[in-house]
Design a protein around this ligand. Structure first.
Ligand code: ZN
Length: 368
């Protein structure tokens, strides 16, 4: 991958890393290992994260690496750089520096940058989209489900969330000599989520207003998602629909076309934040690049893939980093297909459909 827009000739060869590795093992030593063993010229540095898999030492129950501290850390997550308050005036969320004991008290972006620059390693600040429940004000940003309850994920239409993320991007772009930003959202809209067993979302006041402005009958959308949710749960003890699960699934979609309209509203709002991030970073410093962490589910869900049209995405991307690591085509794909077989595909089984799904996805993988 060549970074054409920044004018850099060399290919981008990056490794993901969190602040805890530098805290545990020392900045020069970690960079030595990266250069010697992996030949990298860039870091995708998870300086804003609430996921232990990207920012913690290791997920409990998984084996620790053969280097570094041999114990599981107490992980909270947040901003591992300094939160400069002038960039957060339009959001109620202001107190989100990571409180983790092992990394507290140091700006880990500021600490790593001089040593990386000395070695000609580019640093990309990576923000992993998630919100820690411990952040003051976090519950007020959350999506509302179809029954009116907050869930655990922030709503893209909530101005406090939008301005938090845009402020963070401006902060990173203006405060640090980084090469760019990677932002990543491992989320899907309400349509497939409901099929896979989640309670439908988002019906917060901001989404309802945006839905009305888009000409959607929001009450019909709510009824449609209640029907889809009831259907998705029907395989767990409910009676088989008279015409079968697949026909019933389509019957609900025909009866409530607002289901797909509501999905599109959610996706458009998610992409609007991507566009906002791209524009914010470019306005702050046009030499910095913006790339996206592309969730592995987009590779193997035909519905997500249809939404994530890379031809459209290129209008607000300098580069992308699809998730390709080891278990994406294995256990995660397996789970995804099994989820559809607990609802719309419940009259068949994955042993029969996986070959068809490989064909329609254009992939050729191992037996189910
Ligand atoms: Zn909402």
């Amino acid at each position: 991958m060549t970074n054409e827009r920044s004018g850099r000739e060399r290919p981008l060869m990056a490794i993901q890393v969190g602040a805890i590795s530098f805290a545990d093992e020392g900045i020069p030593r970690v960079l030595d290992i990266f250069q010697e063993r992996a030949g990298i010229n860039a870091l995708i540095y998870a300086v804003y994260t609430y996921t232990r898999g990207t920012g913690g030492r290791q997920i409990p129950g998984h084996s620790l690496p053969d280097h570094g501290k041999q114990e599981y850390d107490e992980f909270f997550g947040g901003n591992y750089a300094t939160t400069h308050p002038q960039y957060y005036r339009k959001t109620a969320i202001k107190d989100f520096e990571a409180p983790d004991e092992a990394t507290r008290g140091t700006d880990w972006l500021d600490a790593v940058l001089p040593e990386a620059q000395k070695r000609n390693i580019d640093v990309y600040a990576w923000a992993v989209e998630r919100v820690g429940a411990h952040v003051p004000g976090a519950p007020l940003l959350m999506q509302r489900d179809v029954f009116g309850r907050p869930n655990g994920s922030p709503c893209y239409a909530n101005p406090d969330y939008r301005y938090w993320m845009l402020g963070l991007m401006e902060d990173y772009a203006k405060s640090y000599p980084i090469a760019g930003i990677q932002w990543g959202s491992e989320r899907r809209g309400p349509f497939e989520s409901t099929i896979l067993g989640s309670v439908p979302y988002c019906f917060c006041e901001f989404c309802l207003a945006n839905g009305r402005a888009a000409g959607i009958d929001v009450e019909r959308a709510r009824q449609g998602y209640e029907a889809l949710y009831t259907f998705a749960r029907s395989t767990r003890g409910g009676a088989r629909p008279r015409d079968g699960y697949y026909v019933q699934f389509w019957r609900i979609l025909f009866r409530y076309p607002e289901i797909l309209q509501w999905e599109k509203l959610w996706f458009d709002q998610q992409q609007a934040l991507h566009k906002g991030i791209y524009g914010t970073v470019k306005a702050a410093d046009r030499n910095k690049t913006v790339g996206w962490h592309v969730w592995h589910q987009i590779s193997f869900s035909p519905y997500l893939r249809a939404e994530w049209d890379f031809a459209a995405l290129r209008r607000y991307s300098d580069w992308i980093k699809p998730v390709l690591y080891n278990n994406c085509a294995g256990s995660r794909y397996h789970d995804h297909l099994a989820g559809w077989h607990r609802s719309a595909f419940a009259d068949s089984d994955p042993e029969k459909t996986y070959r068809f799904m490989y064909d329609v996805l254009g992939i050729d993988e191992a037996p189910y």
